[in-house]
Design a protein around this ligand. Sequence first.
Ligand code: SAH
Ligand code: SF4
Ligand code: F3S
Length: 436
Amino acid sequence: MAGRKVYIETYGCQMNEYDTELVYGILKEHGISKADRLEEADIILVNSCSVREGADNRAISRASQLTHLKRKRSGLVIGIIGCVAQRDKGKLLEKYRGIDLVLGPDSYRKLPEILKNMNGSPVVKTEAKRSELYDDITPFRQTSVSAYVSIMRGCDKFCSFCIVPYVRGRERSRSPQSVIEEVRKAVDSGYREIVLLGQNVNSYRYERVDFPQLLLMVSDIEGVERIRFTSPHPQDVDERLLEVMKERDNVCKHIHLPLQSGSTRILKLMNRNYTREEYLELVEKIKEYMPEGAITTDIIVGFPSEREEDFLDTVDVMDRVRFDSAFMFKYSPRPGTKAAKMEDDVPETEKDRRLRVVIEKQKEHTLYRNKQLVGKIEKILIESKGKKEEHEVRGRTDTNKLVVVKGIDCKVGEFVQVKIVDAAGVTLFGELIETS
Ligand code: SAH
Ligand code: SF4
Ligand code: F3S
């Protein structure tokens, strides 16, 4: 098996990106290295996402398109892994010819053995394994300046629109020891920013350690200059978490707080466990603790039975909070979820209109929030060099905003102090002050 090469295309959230790193890590230990290009691969895996219909289709049509490569390359293995694999299992083989492998998120350990024993007939492995945390696997990192570290897997929240609990299984947390060990390793190999991942990071619990405590432990690790985490659930944000965020310099003052809807009636149907008032109160509290901090969100428009007044409630919450940025989606029914049994009664054209309205609104708010930074000094972590201009770099502020700095020459991974001189759209422009 040694000498073979694998290439993975990843769709979906950061958890999936992290899983791709785990799969590369697992295969590396068995002598299968990462192919730099698709053309060099003996094994191609599509790590799929099923959160919305669009994502779902993209991943699967890509996988079936890739099967054409088999005509030219004999022995090429094509697999679908991740969330669509978990949901559709063997059905994928019936629907798409040429797929050799369907593997769910709890079965990645089996991959080397499966690849070794492949005999021409396709393999499906999608058993849910509650205990699987992959905490002994060293991920083969694909990111440049910030390292993802998953602190938990699965989700028990069962928001009525969401497929994640069905494809990722029950919530389980990694031991603090294994999280810390992985963070240490990432720091040793040069990462200075750590992103703690989970579908619900703040319901993390391992024996007596909860999320604020884990955050403190990670914050104490030498060499960790920045810690981010995503996503917390509004229901589980408590003041202890806000205290840790405020107190610790290396915990970023940014919270991604998915709103989903601003209407209490819709939130109830979504099974989100908070009201519009509770959400707004929480935002006030966050602003008290971190007046300079950033709040970002996720919004769904067109959930079943969403009337104009419900939609206007969402717009109203946006106006009150003025989010720094937002991911905005049209509701997409996911078979098997509770919401999929409700009538998807908001017409597509109306969903489109509502989406356009929130996108326009968010653009205004992002610009408003970004303009408040003009004239301020910010420490940014350089994450890439400009593609067109040689002396242009891009970096992120503590609050996760992208800053373009022209006319400087510094390395990816460096922290620099810049003065924000302009804000346009979602981008800030800065001038170098000093290198730290
Ligand atoms: N665990 C994360 C969310 C993961 S899914 C959290 O709770 O924050 C990312 C986002 O996709 C969700 O916040 C939601 O806004 C959106 N989403 C999930 N299911 C969806 C669906 N069926 N239709 C439209 N958007 C959906
Ligand atoms: Fe989905 Fe809700 Fe879990 Fe997020 S918290 S993954 S939206 S069920
Ligand atoms: Fe998608 Fe699975 Fe993530 S459904 S959003 S890749 S957990």
